[in-house]
Structures are given as C-alpha cells and as structure tokens.
Write a protein that binds this ligand. Sequence first.
Ligand code: GDP
Length: 444
Amino acid sequence: MFDTLSDRLTSVLQNLRGKGKLSDADIDSTAREIRIALLEADVALPVVRAFIAQVKERAKGAEVSEALNPAQQVIKIVNEELIAILGGETRRLNLAKNPPSVIMLAGLQGAGKTTLAGKLALWLKKQGHAPLLVACDLQRPNAVTQLQVVGERAGVTTFAPEPGNGVGDPVDVARRGIEEAKRAQHDIVVVDTAGRLGVDEELMRQAADIRDAVRPDETLFVVDAMIGQDAVTTAEAFRDGVGFTGVVLTKLDGDARGGAALSVREVTGQPILFASNGEKLEDFDTFHPDRMASRILGMGDMLTLIEQAEKAFDQEKAEEAAAKLGAGELTLEDFLEQMLAVRKMGPIGNLLGMLPGAGQMKDQLAQVDDKQLDRVQAIIRGMTPAERENPKIINSSRRQRIAKGSGVAVREVNDLVDRFFQAKKTMQQMMGRFGMGPGGGRKN
Ligand code: GDP
C-alpha cells in the first residue's frame, strides 16, 4: 500500500536535499513532480489540485524557519498537507450515552463488510465492550453464515434470522437485533447490511430503511482501497443514498497505489475511522492520519511501532532487560523473552516495514523469514538454563548437543551464539552512547 507513491515522493523530496535556498522554479518543479506522483497513485484530480496549490502557496510563502533547511521545510509542508487531506485528527468512534450504541456497516458487495464486522467486534471486545453482531445481509447467499463464522472467531454473539423463513425482512431483523442487545445487555450493536455489486437504488433504499429503523450512532461506509478511482464515485453515491458518518478502508494490504484512501475523506468530507489490512481478524486498527502521512513519506511509522511495542512488551521485563543490557549482563534467556515479545507484535517483515527508511529496504525485508526466527527459538529452547544464563560456557560439545536436540545444523548454533555476542556488544555501545549504561538510565 502506498509503496509507489512513497517511493516517488521520497525521491522527489530527496532531490531538494543540499539546496541552500529554494527558488520559485525549484518549488514549481517539485510541485509538478508531486502532482504526477499523486495522479499516478490514483488520487482524485480535484484533491490533487487542492493539495498542490496549498503546498506551493505555503512553500513560497513567508513560512521561513530558522530551524529547518529548505528541503526539510518542504517535507514538513507536504507532511502537514497529507495529514490534512487524510482528515487531520484521529477520529474515534462516537458511542451513545445510553447503550446500546449502534454501528451500521454499508458498502458494495465484496468491500469487506462482513469481515470488518468480525474485526470490529474483536477490537471492541478487546476494549472491554460486549458487542452483538446483527446479520441484516439477507441478499447474498451465505452472508448470514459468514457473519456467524467471523462472530464465532471473534468470540462474540451473532443475532441472525431463524433459518427456513424465506428471505426475510432485514429491517425487521435489525429491529429485533437491537431488542436482543438490550435484553442480553450488549453495549454495542454492529449491523451488517447487504452490499450491492454496483450502486443500486433498491438496495440503497433498503439500507436507508434499516438506518431509519435502528438510528445508528455511526454509519460506516466500507470501501475496498483496491478499487481505485471508483472508490470516490461509490462513496459519493452512498453519501447521497444512505449517508454515513465515517469511512473504513479495507484491503490496504493489497493496493500499491492507494489514491482512494487519499481522496475519500476529502471528497466526502467524512473521516476515515479504521483501516483493514489483511484477511485475519487482527489485521485492523484505528486510522491515524498523521501516522499514515509519515508512512507515505517514507519516514516510517514510529508511533505505530511504539504503540504495538507497548502492547506486546511486558514493561517490567523490558526495563529489566535494558538494565541488564547496560550492565553487560544480558543472557540468552532474556534474548528469547524479548524475541517472543517482539513476535507478538506480528510478522517480523511487517514490523520492520514500519521503521524509517524501510521503503528502500523492501527486498531485504521480503527475505526476513519468520521461520528463521522459529529456528532461533528452537535453538535457545534446546539449551540448558545454565547455558542460556552464561552463553560463554557453550563449547563445541555443547553446541553439538544443542544442534541435535533442536534439529538444526551445528553451524546454525554457532551463528546464533556469535550473533548474540555481536548484538550484545553493539547494544552496549548504543546504550553507552545514549547514556543508558549502568547508572546512566532514567533518574526517577
Ligand atoms: P462483504 O461482501 O462486504 O461482506 O465482503 P466480505 O467481508 O465477504 O469480504 C470480501 C473478501 O475480501 C473476502 O474474501 C475477505 O476475506 C476479503 N477481505 C476483507 N477485508 C480484507 C482486507 O483488509 N485485506 C484483504 N487482503 N482481504 C480482505
């Protein structure tokens, strides 16, 4: 997602590096390059025009900063304008004062609504809510069963019409779903509605009827980021036909261009609330315009990384490891623990992709292999506690035993031990540089 745009913008902005002062001609040619990059990424033309005009005006204007060089200033402006078209502030879900809150999902067939219902349910559950899924897509064969399956995977209840009653009335199901939520004390109801292959008046009316019956606190327009420019026209049709309060972008994992994402918010005036980037229920998160902008600019998504790290890491253990590291006492046991914590954050390639400059390391990242990590884990598990505690004692006969026990070649054990000592040395040097060695850490 955004890879091409990101590469293009990074190289356009890199051309400015080293320039002492930017002439109007420099700014014009940079703006032209950015314009091409955005159009190639499938961003809607009016959005591109407004964006470029704004960047040019600001870059030529009086915004002269002592602290930044000209290239940095342009990057800053482009970044801020990207954040603005993506919606500015992160928009949270609006929930009702008196539960249950109702979230209705609308969008084309195949946009990912049913999958999203499961993702949202799991996400809400993790936040301490008790969601109920309501199956109002009675149009598509199997949609009800599909919702029940994702509901089960998310560990939440699904309310569905009884089978064998013909097609059924989705408005009636929606109403009864809300009643059921009240009865069983669910605080949030997620209503899945029927999609359509194209914009279709009859189904649009049905969605509007459901909306009138359940009076949602949020109506989320679900849109597949891979449909490119069509996303904009579809969004406009749903805005006029049903109305929505927020957008969910799906399949961000699949689209290399991503212009839809950059246009939908600007064109419809409604914020993007969530982004879906995979088929698994966990591949889903709140949409943060600022983080997305910095990712597009190839600055890496440090904030997401930090947030994920915080979620996965045991703070106490991490601090303990950092202290040991500073004192040169890190053991393979700590190494294993940290590795398991990192792996909880997701596939290692995704994780590394968020680091600054990762855009240019794509090929290497593609080679980072989770299986390799499995092997490292197996090797450490094959060591005795004494060996993990003090890797220096791992002599050649121990290496052979470990290799045999963990089903790898002796060479791999050697590699791991060497890399561990090397990493330890590097980390110690880094900690020293940041003043985090023994006694140099936080002083509170
Ligand atoms: P609906 O018709 O709107 O309910 O769409 P579905 O939820 O059935 O999704 C259509 C297809 O898209 C399914 O095969 C999903 O697994 C897939 N899908 C949904 N969300 C994502 C996503 O974020 N990434 C990818 N790669 N596939 C997705």
